[in-house]
Design a protein. Sequence first.
Length: 236
Amino acid sequence: MARTSDRTDNKNHYQTLRISYGAAPAEVKKAYRGLVKEYHPDCNHHLDNHDDIASINLAYEVLSNPQSRAHYDRTLGLKRNPNSSNPQGGRSPQSRREGHLNEDQKIDRWTKQVYEPIMEMLEVILDSLDEQIDDLADDPYDDGLMEDFEDYIDECRGSYSKAQIFFRAVPNPASAAGIASYLYHCLNAIADGIEELKYFTMNFDDRHLHTGQELWRRAEEMRYHAQRSMQSLQKE
């Protein structure tokens, strides 16, 4: 019969991270980091700590997200007023006027309201990763450096979310379909890259960091093609 980790026996996520039920997000993060260091193979040479690491990662994934934490608290019978905001969905009312514009007007509007704002956000996201990694390389286990790197990831996630809103706000003209496709694949690569970089901060596994860098390069390539296609379209 397979051995079950002592950490997972009759423990909920709060007990796994050794925190109170009312722990603030900063406390959750601090507790998680301390446990990852304690159970990381470089610091702990026990051969059977994989279950411990898995349960620590799962607990942090649940408790670090306000929505999943609120749902988990309800399963535990805890009363809490979740502080979550639901983004407004749906298309912009401006899209209803699409039929009244000719193709040139559609391109001009899409360029100003979609393409240009997204390209500005992509610059913020894509042009700083190497510098961030160089700073972190001084000591990945330094809490201050890791917090700076996590702040960068959070900024990328915020810019990505805004870019997604802009991308959906106005339908692309037929002549800009290729550009929109490049932007779509660029944003998808960024979304996957953000998750890989986030996993790296959770378990210090360099494979996630390298995958994140590769996805960033993919996004850079898509951005380049979008720029070239836009230049060609504007010359027509």
